[in-house]
Every structure is written in structure tokens, then in C-alpha cells.
Write a protein that binds this ligand. Structure first.
Ligand code: HEM
Length: 515
């Protein structure tokens, strides 16, 4: 059988990225010497960060770089409920267990800062990857316009998905191998695009290309800059060409957005009480002060950061779910039955509560996320000293993380943690009224931190959950899904704390006959 790959010209994986031309030249040996010197400086440099007086877990920084998943799980298994530290590539990181993270989640920004931690991690002075002063306005739009009455967006997104499947997904009359990860990046990009910038621009190849690759350019720029000591970065920025790519992405997005923004402002002037488009571009335009409504560059940057937060995260989890459905075929019928009953028989596609009623599917997605989700969560920087109830003192300047993958495999919270049980959270929701709310995909709690915790918890999670349910429902209702004979669930790819669903794996799809 020939492997079919859905049409895609997006540079969607790190592997496919062109080599940084600035680092490859005729005088290769010169660069090799410089690189080795920098690597040595990087690995040997003493850390100037403040850190708590808590035990260190000894492991090489290389392990953090290439195998952070097992490093965090092993260290968590050793320390469990204790605060401990790891020497990460970016400096010392202090890991706080579930038992204590609850004491931190409600602290104000002036004491424990998410934005400072993220700005430092993303090297914003070079990458410009920040909502900046617009952070609160943008996240408020996500919590209100994007999340409330999410159901009104479902028909639009469903149409978009069906359009894409018709255009780009193979027929699958027989069992057909498909590289599903690149397809799902395109699908999530289109679904999000239809809500963020409207279907016309959202469908444009140039918009998809720019909005998907922006995140990769930022990620690559951060990784490369991290190899230079802080004092050398002002110079290094001129040889890390991904930074130039970031600027070009913003310019391209600006060019694409400008005519639409101008048109919308003109329409509003001509007919102030007329109906407005219902998308993020319009909500943002309405929220911006008068003098920023024609700041095209600002809006381009905010849109690209929104896409960077939204597309890879969601397509990653959707891909993991497909890998788990293919691996646990026995669970497909259960989830399919539920989708058929609620979305088709009860016509839930068009109903407000339709997606919320897919409780077994919700549980399946959460289980996929538990086992395949991020390595850490709750990135924060201590701004004013904090005393924890176990006596741990966290001085200002301490960089915190929660050991998410350790917590997700802790048998005290999740019995038989290594077993994939798609109905695990559905069962937990049946146990009590409290459990009904606590164990939804979008719920957050001290050992439920896949979407973060506290004020900065992911504001896009309800939207992401809706998108993933829509995608899974479509595939389950229309296809049978399985692994190739003799193959195991595709392993994720790990690099520098970033965990990606395997982009190259092929999964078999066969169209179901319509009964
Ligand atoms: C499965 C998909 C997603 C996952 C796993 C995910 C995960 C996360 C996590 C772990 C955080 C950090 C929370 C914290 O530090 O407490 C976060 C923050 C954020 N996410 Fe998501 N996210 C997803 C989808 C989305 C989507 C679809 C959007 C936009 C529509 C979005 C927008 C954001 C924003 C803006 C923040 C920063 C919030 C703040 O700093 O106040 N995310 N996300």
C-alpha cells in the first residue's frame, strides 16, 4: 500500500526546517570551533539565578535537553511531595509538587509572576513574543467572546473541517495509510482561522503558512539564542536568522490583515449600527483604543501570537487522540456510539449543549493528554520571597515549574497510571457531583495541571476542547481507524521540553459504509 500524505506545503516540523544559513558557511571549521566554545561556555557556566535551599536531582543538562520527560518523571518519583531542583539548560529550575502548588496558584503577579517567567523563557527582548500591554485585553476576549456561547461557532468550524476533508483527505475506500499529524495541523489552522480571522483569510495558504510557521521560528530562535551566554546575545541576534524570519512573518501578516481592517473600519464608519463579523479580528478591533485601530503591525503580532498559542498545542493533542484511538480500537465504538447518539440522533451539532454532552469523548481526550501531555506546567518566577507550609523558603528570583508528567503518572492520583483507560475520567465524573465538574477535560486543579493553574491558566482551553471533539467526532463517525499491522503507538518526539506527537507516523483509515 502506498502511503498517502495529505497535501501540505507547510513547514510543519522542526526536522523539515531549512538549516540556518548563517551558521553554515565555507569556513565550516571556524564555526565548529566557535560552536564548541559556546557549547562549553553554555554547559560549564555557573548559574547566577537565585534558588531555594532544597535538594538537587543530579542529571546532566543533556538529559534535560533530549529526555526531559524521563528526567522529570524519575526525579518526581524520588522526591514526590518535596520541593526539589534540576539544572536545566536555561538555568536552575525549582519543581513544586501538587501538594504545595495549591499554595501558590492564587498569589498575585507582584509576588509570583507568570508573565516575567514566560518573557524570560521566550527571550522577548529578541523574539518580541509577548502580548505586552495587551495581555489582559486579549485574554479577556478569549474568556468572553471566544468561550461564552462557544456553540455558535460549531457550525462554522464543522463546515470548515468538512471542506478540508473533501479537498485534502484521501478517499480511504480501503484501509489507507495517512500521515495524520500534518493533516491535523492544517485542519486546526483552518478551524481556528475561520474563528480568528474569518474563513476567507483563514483558508489562504499564505496565512496558514505564516501563522503556523511563526511559532516554529520563535521556538528555533529561542533555542539558538539560549546557546549563547546572556552577554553575547546582543551580538548573537544578528546571526540567528530565525529572528529575521519572525519580523518577516509579522510584516507578511500585516500585509494580509491591512485591507481587511481598512474595509471593516470603513464599513463601521458608513453604517455604525450595522452587523459586524463575528471573529477575533473584529473583537480585537472593537476592543482597541481609537489610535491603535490602524496599528496594523500591532494587530499582526497579536494575531500571530494567538495562533502560536492555539494551533500546535491543539493539533498535537488531537493527533495524540487519533494515535490512542488507533491503538485502543476496542474504545472506538463506545466513543462513536456516544457521538452518533448526541450529535446525529439528537442533532447536537446545532445545539448549545451538544459538545458538552460528549462526556466519554471528553474523558478519552483527557486520558490522552494525561499520558502524552507536556513535561512541565505552571512556569512562574518568584518576585517576592515566599514561605511554603512545609518550611521551604523560595527567595526572589527562583524559577518554578510543576512536574506535570510526574504528577500524571502518580498512582495516588491516577490508579494504574500506566494503563490507558479512555473512560477513566468519565468514571471519576460519575462518582460524585463534585467529580462531575472536577474531571472534565477543561477542569484544572492541583494535580490536574495540563492547562496550567490559577489566573494564567489557559484561556483557550474551552475552544481547544471544542475543536478536538469536532475533529474526533468527524473521524469516528466516518472512518474506522487502526495501527499498521505489528506497529505500536507512535512515540512522541522530545526536544528541549517540547513534546510533539510523532509527525511522521502513518495511521490506517477506512471509510465506514453509511447504514
Ligand atoms: C490542547 C490545547 C492547549 C493546551 C494543552 C494549552 C496549554 C496551555 C498552558 C499549560 C498554558 C500555561 C498556563 C499557566 O501557566 O498556568 C497556556 C496558556 C495560554 N494559552 Fe493555551 N493551551 C491550549 C490551547 C490554547 C488555545 C486554543 C488558545 C487560544 C485560543 C490558547 C491560548 C493561551 C494563552 C493566551 C495563554 C496565556 C495565558 C496567560 O498568560 O494569562 N491555548 N496554555
Amino acid at each position: 500500500m502506498e502511503a498517502v500524505q495529505p497535501t501540505s506545503n507547510l513547514t510543519s516540523t522542526i526536522e523539515e526546517l531549512p538549516m540556518d544559513k548563517a551558521l553554515v558557511s565555507d569556513s565550516l571549521s571556524y564555526y565548529v570551533v566557535i560552536s564548541v566554545a559556546l557549547l562549553l561556555a553554555f554547559f560549564l557556566k555557573p548559574s547566577k539565578d537565585s534558588h531555594a535551599s532544597v535538594p538537587f536531582y543530579k542529571a546532566s543538562r543533556m538529559k534535560w535537553m533530549f529526555n526531559a520527560d524521563s528526567l522529570v518523571r524519575d526525579s518526581y518519583n524520588k522526591f514526590r511531595d518535596q520541593v526539589y531542583q534540576i539544572k536545566a539548560t536555561e538555568g536552575v529550575r525549582t519543581l513544586v509538587p501538587s501538594k504545595l502548588v495549591g499554595e501558590l496558584k492564587s498569589l498575585p503577579e507582584e509576588v509570583l509572576s507568570a508573565s516575567q517567567a514566560i518573557n524570560e523563557a521566550m527571550l522577548v527582548e529578541y523574539t518580541r513574543f509577548t502580548f505586552g500591554l495587551h495581555h489582559d485585553a486579549v485574554t479577556l476576549l478569549m474568556k468572553t467572546k471566544l468561550t461564552q456561547q462557544l456553540s455558535r461557532l460549531v457550525p462554522r468550524m464543522k463546515e470548515e473541517l468538512e471542506f478540508l476533508v473533501r479537498e485534502e483527505f484521501p478517499d480511504c475506500e480501503e484501509w489507507t495509510p495517512v500521515k495524520i499529524q500534518p493533516f491535523l495541523i492544517r485542519a486546526i489552522s483552518r478551524l481556528s482561522g475561520s474563528v480568528f480571522v474569518g474563513a476567507d483569510l483563514g483558508r489562504s495558504e499564505q496565512w496558514m503558512d505564516t501563522s503556523v510557521n511563526f511559532a516554529i521560528h520563535v521556538f528555533m530562535a529561542v533555542i539558538k539564542l539560549q546557546f549563547f551566554p546572556t552577554w553575547l546575545r546582543p551580538v548573537a541576534q544578528y546571526i540567528v536568522t530565525d529572528l529575521g524570519q519572525i519580523n518577516r512573518d509579522i510584516s507578511k501578516a500585516q500585509e494580509m490583515l491591512k485591507p481587511i481592517i481598512d474595509q471593516r473600519l470603513q464599513d463601521a464608519e458608513l453604517d455604525p449600527s450595522g452587523e459586524r463579523p463575528d471573529d477575533f479580528m473584529q473583537w480585537l478591533l472593537d476592543a482597541l483604543p481609537e489610535e491603535q485601530k490602524r496599528d496594523y503591525q500591532l494587530q499582526a503580532k497579536l494575531h500571530l501570537i494567538l495562533c502560536a498559542a492555539a494551533i500546535h498545542t491543539t493539533s498535537n493533542l488531537a493527533t495524540d487522540c487519533i494515535y490512542d484511538l488507533a491503538t485502543h480500537q476496542e474504545e472506538q465504538d463506545i466513543i462513536r456510539e456516544e457521538a452518533k447518539e448526541i450529535l446525529e440522533d439528537e442533532q447536537g451539532w446545532a445545539k448549545k449543549e451538544g459538545m458538552g454532552k460528549l462526556k466519554k469523548m471528553d474523558s478519552f481526550i483527557k486520558e490522552s493528554q494525561r499520558l502524552a501531555g507536556n513535561v512541565t506546567s505552571f512556569i512562574r518566577k518568584v518576585v517576592k520571597p515566599i514561605n511554603l507550609s512545609d518550611g521551604t523558603y523560595l527567595p526572589a528570583g527562583t524559577n518554578l515549574l510543576a512536574p506535570q508528567c510526574g504528577i500524571s503518572h502518580d498512582e495516588r492520583y491516577f490508579p494504574d497510571p500506566e494503563v490507558f483507560d479512555g473512560l477513566r475520567f468519565w468514571k471519576m465524573r460519575q462518582e460524585s457531583a463534585e467529580g462531575g465538574n472536577r474531571w472534565q477535560l477543561t477542569s484544572i486543579g492541583d494535580w490536574n495541571i495540563n492547562f496550567g493553574l490559577g489566573k494564567h491558566a489557559c484561556p483557550g482551553r474551552f475552544f481547544a476542547a471544542n475543536e478536538i471533539k469536532l475533529v474526533l467526532a468527524h473521524f469516528l463517525l466516518n472512518y474506522d481507524i487502526k495501527l499498521k499491522d505489528g506497529e505500536q503507538r507512535p512515540e512522541p518526539m522530545m526536544f528541549m521540553m517540547s513534546k510533539t506527537a510523532n509527525p511522521n507516523a502513518e495511521i490506517l483509515f477506512k471509510r465506514r459504509s453509511i447504514i
